[in-house]
Design a protein around this ligand. Structure first.
Ligand SMILES: Nc1ncnc2c1ncn2[C@@H]1O[C@H](COP(=O)(O)OP(=O)(O)OP(=O)(O)O)[C@@H](O)[C@H]1O
Length: 231
């Protein structure tokens, strides 16, 4: 099975490391939830995987082939897509125009829309008129249309009520089911653990609960709490 691996990855910003020694395996078709308190280094780790920033130590590879020295564009071509924090849509463009930025052809657009029935109804609306939840659907649709092998999602729920975010969860699951490995950073921990196959916790710049079955972590609130406090 195709997989993206991190081994001993450290990311530094300014004065020193903000997250150190991360090992993980993101497998095709699976959701790995990466949770932990604010400032733990989750965003920095995702940025180092997609190439927004450089990592300072460790190895990054896909199916055994290192991509540690590749540029952001090369990583994107290798199938790593990154949904960064905030609503990364072009508000003045319609839903169709936003998705076509990656879908390119009408056939590819239609293929993607099959997984986004709510967007089909709003396809010619300017994206600015959509609700926050619908705008995030556009972001997901655009990322899915780029046909990623691995999708990094950074706090897609920011600014959304849990009930609105919950409408995005089946879509994220469907993306994974299509064969994409999804690395999900999420503040709504229990919602993330509820759809994830695997989970890990980072706190204060280190892994405080290593990768393991998501269900085992959600079934052990004391363990989860200890991990949030640093392990
Ligand atoms: N651009 C930057 N320059 C310097 N330090 C930064 C920068 N961005 C984040 N940091 C610092 O790096 C550390 C990790 O932040 P990061 O955003 O990666 O954590 P996080 O777990 O994603 O937190 P949050 O959930 O609040 O986004 C924090 O101490 C933060 O202040």
């Amino acid at each position: 099975m195709s997989a993206l691996h991190l081994s001993g990855v450290t990311v530094s910003r300014g004065a020193g490391p903000v997250i150190s020694g991360v090992d993980l395996e993101l497998r095709a078709g699976e959701i790995l939830a990466l949770v932990g308190p604010n400032g733990a280094g989750k965003t920095s780790l995702l940025e180092a995987v997609s190439g927004v920033i450089e990592h300072s130590a460790g190895e990054l590879s896909i199916d055994g082939e290192s991509f540690a020295k590749r540029s952001r564009v090369q990583r994107s071509r290798a199938g790593i897509a990154h949904i960064e924090q905030g609503r990364a849509i072009f508000p003045s463009l319609t839903v169709r125009e936003n998705i076509m930025l990656t879908a390119k052809t009408e056939a590819a657009l239609q293929e993607v829309l099959a997984s986004f029935p709510e967007l089909e109804k709003r396809i010619d609306a300017p994206s600015v008129l959509l609700s926050g939840g619908e705008q995030q659907m556009v972001v997901l649709a655009r990322a899915f249309a780029s046909k990623p092998r691995f999708l990094l999602i950074d706090e897609m729920s920011l600014g959304l009520a849990p009930v609105v975010f919950m409408r995005l969860l089946p879509i994220i699951q469907q993306i994974a089911t299509s064969g994409v490995g999804v690395l999900l950073v999420e503040q709504f921990t229990h919602l993330a653990l509820g759809i994830a196959d695997e989970a890990m916790v980072v706190a204060s710049g280190h892994v405080s609960h290593p990768q393991g079955a998501a269900q085992a972590l959600s079934a052990d609130p004391d363990r989860l709490k200890r991990a949030y406090l640093g392990g």
